[in-house]
Design a protein around this ligand. Structure first.
Ligand code: NAP
Length: 489
């Protein structure tokens, strides 16, 4: 194994969690080739294998071999292993958070929150494994019965992004394993170490060989196998809309189920009757979590005219106070952006906004810490012609738009191809229902900027995806319904 430390002074209680090899058929395999960087300082944390089509095929075939025995266990037996995995993840919380912050950049407090959030899916689906019930339906014949069985689909391929390196894995893998499927996961190249640490804990939890596999390497080659190998029945993808469309096209020839959790362009609607303190706190939490790099981050903030100036003043003052720095330092609230390309996108959106009449009232440039740190930024006079109104900025930039009427706000919020999360701040009960129902989004947060929980179905409409993860709905992607007719009774 490649030896590496996270950083001077950052010692893991359990160094074996810093695994740099892939996990295939119960073994750790492969040579470190591709570097993994710490975005806070550019230092190389280690190297992971550069697997391609051949190794992806081996992993898929290991998962295929493991499928029938795993599916044949009782739900209670699968549940017990998932529950052990959950306990081990919670026991390793501090180490996992440190690995997460080191490869992804988010502040340690957020990383701990992500470990808890990610673990919660494992706990929830350990319980849910025992509740994947079938049905009996009224029969068309008195000597026959209609049964509907819900059975695991088979091997699942999971492809995940870098912004939630633990939770995006567990949100797919836990329901798939609970249902009786086996999984091959490919994490993002920026953040493979969390996925590999989860695989170390999965091995300790006692999953049989081949049930859960993690491979790193060439996305195009691995994605090519995931979308064409006949054993794969579901491709479960979280990431950009562009790659989601590509994977759907590639999966067409073998008609795989493609479960997509894609990009967002979340609007926040703040009405005159809102509690302004809660609206500022909610918009701030939604905008700046993970330095603006979540799919449900506020991308556009619409404020009704009577409350506009007061909101802008308080929101800007709060944004200017956010502490920016290396996420492993206590008290930091904004870490670095993931890479230079992300910073350049933020700069492109800002210069486009300024060219089109936007005014930056706090932040607006790279942070003096250098690297990929960027100041918390607020832009006023935002309007619909700006790139930041149409595309996900995925950075710490809050454009604030003014509106007059409820119908104008709804129309502006819906004027996008995305439809993941939207937020509404109002104290009018009638408006809560009118606006929530009119928004073309998969999720609506009312008087709250944070909505993610394992207990609710997370997912989008339009070009934000077609799937739901979390809650009992999260099982559906991983089961097939089989109709059995029993005649001659
Ligand atoms: P991305 O560029 O689409 O990458 C996501 C994953 O797909 C990575 O593992 C990537 O690996 C892989 N990939 C890229 N091209 C591929 C191909 N041809 N075949 C197979 N795999 C391929 O997205 P990202 O920049 O990592 O993530 C940010 C995006 O994810 C944002 O749009 C965000 O809104 C979205 N997101 C959505 C949700 C949700 O639940 N809806 C949650 C989190 C994030 P390589 O990098 O090696 O190419």
């Amino acid at each position: 194994m490649t030896q590496s430390t996270l950083a001077p002074g950052l010692v893991l209680r359990d160094p074996a969690l810093l695994e740099m090899r892939c996990f295939v058929n119960g073994s750790f395999v492969g040579e470190g080739m591709d570097p993994v960087n710490n975005p806070a300082n550019g230092l190389v944390l280690g190297h992971v294998p550069d697997f391609g089509a051949a190794e992806a095929t081996q992993a898929v075939e290991a998962a295929q071999q493991a499928f029938h025995p795993w599916a044949a266990l009782t739900a209670k037996e699968r549940s017990a292993i998932l529950r052990r995995w959950f306990d081990l993840i919670i026991d390793a919380r501090e180490d996992l958070a440190l690995i997460l912050t080191s490869e992804q950049g988010k502040p340690l407090s957020e990383a701990r929150g992500e470990v808890d959030y990610g673990a919660a899916f494992v706990e929830f689906y350990a319980e849910e494994a025992k509740r994947i019930s079938g049905e009996t339906l009224p029969s068309h014949r008195s000597d026959g019965r209609i049964l509907v069985l819900r059975q695991p689909v088979g091997v699942v391929a999971a492809i995940t992004p870098w912004n939630f390196p633990i939770a995006m894995i567990t949100r797919k893998v836990a329901p798939a394993l609970a249902a009786g499927c086996t999984v091959v996961a490919k994490p993002a190249p920026e953040t493979p170490l969390c996925a590999l640490a989860l695989s170390v804990l999965a091995k300790r939890a006692g999953f049989p060989d081949g049930v859960f596999n993690v491979i790193t390497g060439d996305a195009v080659e691995i994605g090519g196998i995931f979308t064409s190998h006949p054993a794969i029945r579901v491709v479960s993808f979280t990431g950009s809309t562009e790659v989601g469309k590509l994977l759907m096209r590639q999966s067409a020839s073998t008609l795989k189920r493609v479960a997509l959790e894609l990009g967002g362009n979340a609007p926040v609607l703040v009405f005159d009757d809102a509690d302004i303190e809660s609206a500022v706190a909610g918009a701030l939490a939604s905008k700046f979590r993970n330095t603006g790099q979540t799919c449900v981050c506020a991308n556009r903030i619409y404020v009704q005219s009577k409350i506009y100036d007061a909101f802008v003043e308080r929101f800007t003052a709060a944004a200017a106070q956010l502490k920016i720095g290396d996420g492993t330092i206590d008290g930091m609230q904004l870490g670095p952006l993931i890479n230079e390309r992300a910073v350049q996108k933020v700069e492109r959106h800002l210069s486009d906004a300024v060219d089109k009449g936007g005014r930056i009232i706090t932040g607006g440039k790279r942070h003096r810490l250098g690297g990929t740190f960027f100041e918390a930024t607020v832009v006023i006079n935002a309007h619909s012609e700006m790139a930041m109104a149409r595309e996900e900025t995925f950075g710490p930039v809050a454009p604030i738009f003014r509106f007059e009427s409820e119908s104008e706000a709804i129309a502006a919020a819906n004027a996008t191809t995305s439809g993941l999360a939207a937020y509404v701040f109002t104290r009018d009960v009638g408006r809560v229902f009118r606006v929530s129902e009119a928004l073309e989004y998969g999720m609506v947060g009312v008087n709250s900027g944070l909505i993610s929980t394992e207990l609710a179905p997370f997912g989008g409409v339009k070009e934000s995806g077609n799937s739901r993860e979390g809650s009992h709905h999260g099982i559906e992607e991983f089961v097939d319904k089989k109709y059995v007719f029993v005649g001659g009774l």
